[in-house]
Design a protein around this ligand. Structure first.
Ligand SMILES: Nc1ncnc2c1ncn2[C@@H]1O[C@H](COP(=O)(O)OP(=O)(O)OP(=O)(O)O)[C@@H](O)[C@H]1O
Length: 252
């Protein structure tokens, strides 16, 4: 079953059709990769389905519910989380606080409980801290929990961004170029993490340029060019596809 699917989804920016009539299904519990040359519409796909950009036409369904045009916060609360190509962290907060802030939608205590520091609020705080530490452990940042993210290695900052996305307890996770700028070792951490997430039942859509990474983790690959799907299949199938080779080589 597809956890998310788009039907003839189109997104235009003025005269630029960034996503052109896309009908894409993301199978539940699997790792799907979305690849394609620069400017082929991958990030736009994530931005439209997560509600960052309004859809121009077509539909987006999450677990068979039409979510096209819903607000970004509503969509994230439904169980869809994402990371950004450009890492977004709160530099004035510690690593663990960055994760705790992302758990805000789960806090049930009202402002009075917070001010009075009631037992209910204290319990909630403790539970959220435990959860945040568990996530930091998962991404290999447990021993940096009380450090500042500023100045941390790029790969570690990216791991923190993923922990922040996981703090939303998503069923579907969009990772936009998670391996960009990473060393080989850092990238191995992310690769292992994605596989652990799959074992935990989280569906991932991965936008990535590193082909070794895609080959190692993706169950299914969609290839975009000029906003359209030009091929789909297992990595071994699409890597030999003449249309894909042509798109990447930029031949006429
Ligand atoms: N906010 C925007 N305003 C105008 N045009 C945009 C906007 N976002 C994307 N585009 C255009 O839409 C097209 C697709 O861009 P998009 O960023 O989705 O591609 P991409 O495949 O993610 O590229 P890359 O691999 O370089 O990140 C490009 O022509 C881009 O210039």
């Amino acid at each position: 079953m597809d956890i998310l699917r788009t039907e003839n989804m189109t997104k235009s920016f003025g005269g630029v059709v960034a996503n052109n009539n896309l009908s894409i299904g993301i199978p539940e519990g699997k790792i799907t990769a979305l690849i394609g040359p620069n400017g082929s519409g991958k990030t736009t796909f994530i931005n439209v389905v997560t509600g960052v950009h309004p859809i121009t036409s077509g539909k987006v369904y999450f677990k068979d519910r039409d979510i096209s045009g819903l607000d970004v916060n509503v969509i994230s609360r439904m169980g869809i989380a994402r990371t950004f190509q450009k890492i977004r962290l709160f530099e004035n907060l510690s690593v663990i606080e960055n994760v705790l802030v992302a758990r805000k939608p789960f806090y049930k205590s009202g402002p009075i409980s917070v001010v009075l520091n009631t037992p209910k609020f204290k319990r909630e705080e403790r539970d959220n801290r435990e959860k945040a530490l568990e996530l930091l452990k998962l991404v290999g940042l447990e021993d940096k929990a009380y450090d500042s993210p500023t100045g941390m290695a790029y790969g570690l900052r990216r791991c923190l961004e993923i922990a922040r996305a996981l703090a939303l307890e998503p069923q579907l996770l969009f990772l936009d170029e998670p391996a960009a700028g990473m060393t080989r070792d850092e990238f191995k951490v992310i690769m292992d993490l994605i596989i652990i997430l799959k074992e935990r039942g989280i569906t991932t859509l991965l936008v990535e340029h590193t082909m070794d990474f895609i080959k190692a983790v993706a169950d299914w690959v969609y290839v975009l060019n000029f906003g359209q799907v030009i091929a789909q299949g297992k990595f071994e199938e699409i890597e030999r596809d003449p249309l894909v080779l042509k798109a990447y080589l930029g031949e006429e």
